[in-house]
Write a protein that binds this ligand. Structure first.
Ligand code: GLU
Length: 593
């Protein structure tokens, strides 16, 4: 249930009071580790969507590894157990707090378009190729960024080698894990397109039964090769050659009726890939510093702008309905700006500092009325020349973005924190497994605008050579006086931003305990005439009152799948995950109690 105002919520977070072959077999399945949404411990914590992955993470922490060592091990394990959301065929963002330097840094592991790409990447014979056809094709596959991200994170902040960090995931892929309902559903939902590729069909079809053991020896061998030869096995070696071969000549089943377009990825595209360090975004929010992912993700600027807009009212004192109204309106406005201004910073001049200025947020906040709803699409503001209540130019609708990804959050006993979101874009990515390698390729390039979203208005997110499509991923770390108090993230395509914003405000402003804030019914407004909402949200009293204010809703399945950690007043950590979404997440702690 949505909670009413709890006075002093922020104070509570600030430590005044404790916070509150086919490879499935019928053989006896290994007993899966516990799937619990909350855990507290002094030796570090891990929260992910998957019990095997979280188990691997706490094992690493228990043996003395730090948060980065554990995060990479967990992410690699998710490539095994959550392979339709994450893996070495995809990309993501890595946000790190270093307890020694008290610095937040980020790595940009976003996929890139091939050097041959231009604005017309998705135009054929003068017409835009249908979105669905691009999804399941070689054309939407970008150069994977995840392996390089792991390597750079370990080199910079880890104490383990890539060899060590990938070993538990390799073992998991070889030994197998117990198939759960989410895994089964994800295969079933993708069965038609998986059947169209010989490699994907061989690995995943027929859909492994819930409770059976699933093994992926090809992926185990691929991880072993990465362990032995480093990520150059992918960026310059045999795995990369196989990847390019798969993109340029997808292994289409002769019986398939689907038209599968090849992509133009080359071995030099792989060889030129980098996962650069980027300056994080930073926004001040009620005395806290909220750090996020800068462009090419829109996560940091959009969450930050919305928080700045919300800061103009005291959310803690608002009624539950006014709190939600303001949350939805702030999301609407910040999405208008995100769509107009954010793209790959190597190609477009992104006004990051200006988008995050309080002056700009104030100029947007003055558009919000407590008694009426803004009409979407709302036109963007001009962050470089903010004028109170002014909008500029044409509105831009929020394009479709995928709804499947995975997020993990880790803290260690020394106080280092990692928030890492990784994705293949759509559930199952492009649907194409690299033959003999056991991993799916992303379809991340569908995050580009196929054509300018608003004709005549510059679109920062058109494809280009070596360009990174705009993302919504929002791995976030919140500091108080330089020390982390909360870190979180979520999957969910563009709804990642609103999900992170909703959990942040529920926790920081409304004083809702972390697990409840994560479990709370969600709604996502992204500058559209209707707001997406979960059925549980639509069933609340507040939804009725919001409707009276003028909000219109469309019902959607689950929104997001958050994992988070927070520091308790006594220095211990709490890990928190979903109670029911995606079957529930897995929070684990070292030295619990
Ligand atoms: N491709 C999306 C993005 O980068 C993420 C997809 C998802 O979360 O499902 O924003």
């Amino acid at each position: 249930m949505l909670r009413s105002t709890v006075a002093g919520a922020l104070a509570s977070l600030l430590f005044i009071t404790p916070l509150v072959t086919p490879l499935a077999s019928a053989r006896a399945a290994p007993t899966p580790p516990p799937r619990v949404p909350e855990a507290v411990g002094a030796g570090g914590v891990v929260a992910s969507i998957d019990p095997d992955a979280s188990q691997i993470g706490v094992d690493v922490l228990r043996r003395g590894g730090n948060a980065v060592d554990a995060a990479v091990a967990v992410a690699a394990a998710l490539g095994v157990t959550d392979p339709f959301s994450a893996g070495i065929g995809g990309g993501g963002f890595f946000v790190h707090y270093d307890a020694r330097t008290r610095q937040v840094s980020t790595l940009d592991g976003r996929e890139t378009a091939p050097a041959s790409a231009d604005e017309n990447l998705f135009i054929e014979d003068g017409k835009t190729i249908p979105f669905g056809e691009v999804v399941t094709s070689g054309l939407s596959v970008g150069v994977p960024g995840t392996p390089r991200t792991w390597q750079r994170a370990l080199q910079r902040w880890g104490t383990h080698s890539l060899d060590q960090a990938l070993k538990p995931a390799e073992d998991l892929a070889r030994r197998g894990f117990t198939v759960d309902a989410t895994f089964h559903r994800q295969v079933t939902q993708n069965a038609a397109r998986f059947a169209d590729f010989t490699s994907t069909k061989a690995l995943y079809l027929p859909a492994p039964a819930v409770g059976s053991t699933f093994r992926n020896p090809d992926l185990a061998d691929t991880y072993r090769e990465l362990r032995e030869d480093g990520v150059s096995a992918l960026y310059r070696g045999g795995i990369g050659r196989d990847l390019v071969q798969t993109v340029t000549a997808p292994p289409v089943d002769p019986a398939a009726a689907r038209k599968v377009r090849p992509g133009k990825l080359t071995t030099s595209d792989l060889g030129n890939y980098n996962a650069p360090l980027r300056e994080p975004t930073r926004s001040r929010y009620r005395g806290l510093d909220v750090y996020g992912m800068a462009a090419p993700s829109s996560g940091g600027t959009t969450v930050g702008e919305a928080l700045n807009i919300l800061e103009t009212t005291k959310l803690a004192d608002e009624t539950p309905v006014q709190y939600l109204h303001r949350f939805l309106e702030a999301s609407r406005l910040s999405f208008a700006d995100r769509n107009r201004w954010v793209g790959d910073p190597s190609f477009v001049d992104v006004p990051t500092r200006e988008l995050l200025s309080q002056e700009f947020a104030d100029s947007r906040a003055c558009l919000i009325s407590p008694t009426a709803v803004l009409t979407s699409p709302v036109a963007p503001g001009d962050p470089r020349a903010p004028k109170p209540c002014a909008t500029t130019g044409e509105d831009a609708a929020t394009p479709y973005e995928g709804t499947d990804t995975t997020h993990l959050t880790v803290a260690d006993r020394w106080g280092n924190v990692v928030a890492h979101t990784l994705t293949l874009e759509q559930e199952g990515g492009s649907g194409i497994v690299v033959p003999g390698r056991g991993f799916l390729l992303n379809n991340e390039l569908t995050d580009f605008s196929f054509t300018p979203v608003t004709p005549g208005v510059p679109d920062p997110n058109l494809p280009g050579p070596g360009k990174r499509p705009r993302s919504a991923m929002a791995p976030t770390i919140v500091l108080h006086h330089g020390t982390p108090v909360l870190a979180l993230g979520s999957p969910g395509g563009a709804s990642i931003i609103t999900t992170v914003l909703q959990v942040l405000t529920q926790r920081l402003d409304r004083g809702v305990p972390l697990v409840e804030a994560i479990a709370a019914p969600r709604a996502s407004q992204r500058n559209a005439t209707t707001t997406q909402a979960e059925a549980t949200f639509l069933g609340t009293e507040e939804a009725g009152a919001l409707h009276t204010l003028g909000h219109r809703f469309t019902s959607t399945n689950e929104i997001g799948a958050v994992t988070a950690v927070e520091r308790l007043p006594d220095g211990r950590w709490r890990a928190a995950a979903e109670t029911t979404r995606r079957g529930g997440g897995s929070a684990r702690a070292v030295w619990p109690g």
